[in-house]
Design a protein around this ligand. Structure first.
Ligand SMILES: Nc1ncnc2c1ncn2[C@@H]1O[C@H](COP(=O)(O)OP(=O)(O)OP(=O)(O)O)[C@@H](O)[C@H]1O
Ligand SMILES: [Mg+2]
Length: 254
């Protein structure tokens, strides 16, 4: 099973919302997924309601004190497993060098522990390409890129392609990626224009499923729930169920 980095340097495009609800979707299929929060903002941790979390019981302990990843896993009755983040993780971003060893730490940690479990592992990245995101991208078999249906998000797509291309050299392989359009508003012509542009640019790499702009997706974190638990018959739940299935059927998590 694959390690998936959910990445886009642009902020607020739906990385965390996508990681949370894909993880929840996979848990509903009894695939025992693991979500790793690799963002000092800890939004994924908050959305799943992981508490209490300290520097010592979060992913920063792996980076700063070599605590093994399995010791940091939290398990929920839903079948979701999470390695939480804490704002201390920002120190890792600030203090760690960008050396090849520092950037490969997560890959090594996964390879010798939970990476062997044969379950999907999803990593929620922060909106910068520093040492944390480098760790995610170097550990990942594949990258999922949420792009929100607005003008500025579309502008950042070039930067994203360049960043991923630059990594392919040191990695010595192509980075397999899929793009998913989020916050799609069918009342706006712009949403359709952006979909068409992404389709022309990425072809089969663009997911067929579009994630609609939906209040249930924005509100579910307020109750520390994924969208399936919060509003199972909402358009947001429908779309994330469809996205989980689409990617699973294409072997994206295998
Ligand atoms: N499809 C959607 N419909 C409505 N609201 C959404 C949708 N997707 C995301 N949101 C809301 O938009 C905001 C940004 O989403 P999210 O936190 O998932 O983005 P992000 O890319 O993880 O941001 P960051 O770069 O800060 O980590 C959140 O408040 C979220 O609830
Ligand atoms: Mg986020």
């Amino acid at each position: 099973m694959a390690v998936i980095a959910v990445f886009n340097q642009k902020g607020g495009v739906g990385k965390t919302t996508t990681t949370v609800n894909l993880t929840a979707g996979l848990a509903r299929m009894e695939m025992r997924p693991i979500a790793i929060d690799l963002d000092p903002q800890a939004h994924l941790t908050l959305t799943f309601g992981v508490a209490p979390v300290t520097g010592e019981t979060s992913i920063s302990a792996f980076f700063r004190e070599d605590i093994p990843l399995p010791a940091l896993l939290r398990e929920f009755v839903s079948g979701v497993r999470v390695i939480p983040a804490h704002m201390e993780l920002s120190k890792v971003e600030a203090l760690q060098s960008r050396s090849a060893t520092a950037a490969r730490k997560l890959k090594m940690g996964l390879d010798e522990s939970i990476g062997k479990e044969g379950v999907p592992i999803l990593i929620d990245c922060c909106p910068t390409l520093g040492v944390l995101s480098l760790n995610a991208l170097l550990a990942a078999d594949r990258v999922l890129v949420p792009v929100s249906a607005d003008f500025l998000s579309m502008q950042s797509v070039n930067k994203l392609d360049l960043a991923l291309k630059a990594l392919e050299g040191p990695l010595n392989r192509k980075i397999e990626k899929r793009i998913v359009l989020t916050r799609f508003d069918a009342r706006r012509k712009l949403s359709f224009e952006i979909y068409d542009k992404l389709k022309a640019r990425y072809g089969e790499q663009l997911c067929e499923t579009r994630i609609v702009e939906n209040v249930a997706l924005a509100a579910s974190p307020t109750e520390a729930k994924d969208v399936f638990a919060y509003a199972p018959s909402s358009p947001g739940a429908r779309d994330y169920a469809a996205l989980t299935l689409e990617l699973k059927n294409q072997g994206f998590f295998s």
